[in-house]
Design a protein around this ligand. Structure first.
Ligand SMILES: [Zn+2]
Length: 162
């Protein structure tokens, strides 16, 4: 599908500098991996499809490659941060352009049996809680550096972000 001029991800994909400097982990052939805001879930990434599509069924031949890129990114997160469990979420209710949220869940997260969105909703009006959920066990720069190194070592297609 052609880019949608009103879509925030299409706008960012037209100019990857639309993401904050240093947040782009990896530029895959069919998607871009960006470190997410909520680094309490250390290593949390969003993987945005390069093509504007709202459902996987619309991707056609690129679908398998997109899913492979998602799996490669997830594997790198597992290796780098050793989560108890990964949560994979492809929602698109707010931004209907395919993007995976990959949330590593930690054994120290007392709320880990629920999707992260409950905690994020509860933090919506609480700046202290928001700050807590934005703070990881390593700095954002270190999380990005570790993921890039792992993806490179794994021979991921594409190239690291800048
Ligand atoms: Zn889009």
């Amino acid at each position: 599908m052609t880019p949608d001029p009103n879509c925030p991800f299409c706008k960012k994909l037209a100019n990857v500098a639309g993401w904050p400097a240093g947040d782009v982990v990896w530029q895959f052939p069919h998607s871009v991996a960006v470190l997410g805001q909520w680094q309490y879930y250390t290593g949390y990434c969003v993987l945005v499809a390069r093509e504007h599509a709202t459902e996987l069924s619309q991707l056609g031949p690129a679908r398998a490659a997109y899913l492979d890129e998602m799996s490669r990114l997830a594997a790198a997160i597992e290796t780098c941060f050793r989560p108890l469990k990964l949560n994979y979420e492809l929602l698109g209710n707010q931004v209907p352009h395919l993007h995976w949220h990959i949330f590593p869940r930690s054994v120290t997260d007392h709320d880990r049996v629920r999707p992260v969105w409950f905690a994020l909703d509860e933090a919506d009006a609480d700046p202290v809680e928001q700050r807590r959920l934005e703070t990881g066990t390593v700095s954002r720069a270190e999380a990005v550096a570790r993921l890039r190194e792992q993806l490179k070592a794994d021979g991921a297609p594409g190239e690291q972000g800048s």
